[in-house]
Design a protein around this ligand. Structure first.
Ligand code: MLC
Ligand code: AMP
Length: 494
């Protein structure tokens, strides 16, 4: 299977803006500069089996990932707030040959033990003349001349399941290219667009859609570090046409815009506001539209499948729905054994070119996620509306939590809590939360005297990524269990 380049503009790079981070002019690259900087770095990566990228929300991360893609080397983006236990798992599972990081980055032991390549994109300093990338490490092994095949792995993105440590979803170059092209159709996304967002760069939303998306189109990205009214209105004022965010970011933005009609009016000059990774409430949809005059388009995806459905740019969005299948992708609803009498509800299944290649080292889990006829079972439950768009109504697994747009497995947090000497039993749930969608709540039976809640929260944040920490810890004398001894989470006090 062969394919055109994943990032076509880098083949013959124009002298147009490609990437900008924050407001520092030194943290910006044109396509020509990016091709030189990432190309120089790629020469030192080629031939590696896999590389880790310390994925801070920075130009260094974007350059590091682009370099790996140019070299045809799969990149493993690592959350810079990852905990020790989780990082140990990622490193032993993915076995990266080296790590890419900014020179100032302090790496935790599991990564600092690996050979390191410092990414120092400094094209604007003292007259840029090509590949001024400072790299310590092995000499160039040569960039492959031919584009790797479409089924070659591009990224390995770790994502939580209901139990056990996160699994590495292997995303091929072809899957990324096909999905980004489908989204370009849905949103009329072109080289004229300047995307802005403040998403983390170790997940599909911020990295695939948010960095590779504009680079595949030949447009540009302005990364804001976060999403607030002042930064976003300045970005739109400076030419941003599209905005990506998770619902928590839009919720906070809506709060701010209520008191800032000037910023709201400026943001309203953007072409498209897009929300995804979790459900945007109808209330927040209405608040953003009232403030800016723009209705937010929702799109729905998974790390393993990339984006399944999207509200189209030229159609009136329906709050509470996630749009139509992205061109090239098929979505179906499979009957639910227990649909509580509502036949319209079904299990969302997908097939198409955007699907992942499998979980790294986990053929069992890959197999379990596929239906007998080869579709991917998302675990989400939905229905088609009368106008033919998808509405999501829930998830099959109660042990998966979506908080701030991050997927979090309850079992992973329970195991981390049980490692604390003060914890005898633990049950974790996602409780409804206006800001985060769901917040992680831990019910704990103490072993002896109850430890302070803050100590347990810090304990989890130290072992796992900090966004997985419980926001609330509640102590109980015992957990509700059935006759078989299984914890009955539905009976936990809410
Ligand atoms: C607080 N902090 C602690 C802590 N208490 N750190 C360690 N230990 C403790 N006890 C710190 C954090 O490190 C952080 O520091 C700060 O407090 C806030 O933490 P947070 O929980 O990360 O921030 P919060 O404000 O709650 O984040 C909201 C958010 C974030 C929306 C900005 O959740 C976010 O970025 N979400 C995006 C998720 C995403 O991209 N999902 C895509 C998945 S792909 P500091 O330094 O940060 O202040 C997918 C497919 C698809 O779903 O469809 O897209
Ligand atoms: P992740 O594993 O982090 O990629 O998360 C994927 C999950 O996020 C999906 O299975 C959905 O449950 C959820 N999700 C993504 N986009 C949306 C959306 N627009 N609305 C509701 N849920 C969403």
């Amino acid at each position: 299977m062969s394919a055109g380049p994943l990032l076509p503009p880098l083949a013959d790079p124009p002298d147009r803006p490609a990437l900008a981070f924050g407001t520092d002019p030194a943290a910006a690259l044109t396509y020509r500069e990016l091709a030189a900087v990432a190309g120089g770095l790629a020469g030192r990566l080629a031939g590696c089996s896999r590389v880790a990228v310390w994925a801070t929300p920075s130009l260094h991360t974007a350059v590091g990932v682009v370099a790996a893609l140019l070299a045809g080397v799969p990149a493993v983006p690592v959350n810079p707030k990852i905990g020790e236990r989780e990082l140990g798992h990622v490193v032993s599972d993915a076995v990266p040959e080296l790590v890419l990081a900014a020179p100032k980055d302090q790496l935790p032991p599991a990564l600092s033990a690996l050979p390191r390549l410092d990414v120092t994109p400094r094209p604007r300093e003292s007259g840029f003349s090509g590949a001024r990338v400072g790299v310590s490490g092995s000499p160039s092994r040569g960039i492959p001349e031919a584009e790797p095949p479409a089924d070659a792995p591009a990224l390995i993105v770790y994502t939580s399941g209901t139990t056990g440590p996160p699994k590495g979803a292997v995303l091929s170059r072809g899957a990324i290219a096909a999905n980004l092209d489908g989204l370009a159709d849905a949103w009329a996304w072109t080289a004229a667009d300047r995307l802005t967002h403040g998403l983390p760069l170790f997940h599909v939303h911020g990295l695939v859609l948010g960095v590779l998306g504009p680079l595949r189109r030949g447009g540009s990205l302005h990364h804001l570090g976060g999403l607030d009214a002042a930064g976003l209105s300045a970005a739109v004022d400076a030419g941003a046409t599209m905005v990506f965010g998770v619902p928590t970011q839009y919720h906070r933005l809506a709060d701010e815009l209520t008191d800032d009609p000037e910023a709201a009016a400026t943001i309203g000059r953007a072409r498209l506001l897009v929300s995804g990774s979790a459900a945007l409430t109808a209330v927040d949809h209405a608040r953003i539209e009232k403030a800016t005059g723009l209705a937010v388009r929702e799109r729905y995806g998974l790390t393993e499948t990339l984006i399944l459905t999207a509200a189209l740019a030229d159609a009136e969005p329906e709050p509470g729905t996630v749009g139509r299948p992205v061109p090239g992708t098929e979505v179906r609803l499979a009957p639910l054994p227990d649909a509580s009498g509502d036949d319209a509800l079904g299990a969302v299944e997908v097939r198409g070119p955007g699907l992942f290649s499998g979980y790294l080292n986990r053929p069992d889990a890959t197999e379990a996620a596929r239906t007998p006829d080869g579709w991917f079972a998302t675990g989400d439950i939905g229905r088609w509306t009368e106008s033919g768009v998808l509405a999501l109504v829930g998830r099959k697994a109660t042990d998966l939590i979506k908080s701030g747009g991050y997927k979090i497995g309850a079992g992973e947090i329970e195991n981390a809590l049980l490692e604390h000497p003060g914890v005898a039993e633990a049950a974790v749930i996602g409780a409804p939360d206006d800001d985060l969608g769901e917040r992680v709540v831990a019910f704990v039976v103490a072993a002896g005297e109850a430890p302070p809640a803050g100590e347990l929260i810090d304990h989890v944040a130290g072992l796992l990524a900090s966004h997985k920490r419980p926001r609330e810890v509640r102590f109980l004398d015992s957990l509700p269990r059935n006759d078989m001894g299984k914890v009955q989470k539905a009976r936990l006090p809410r």
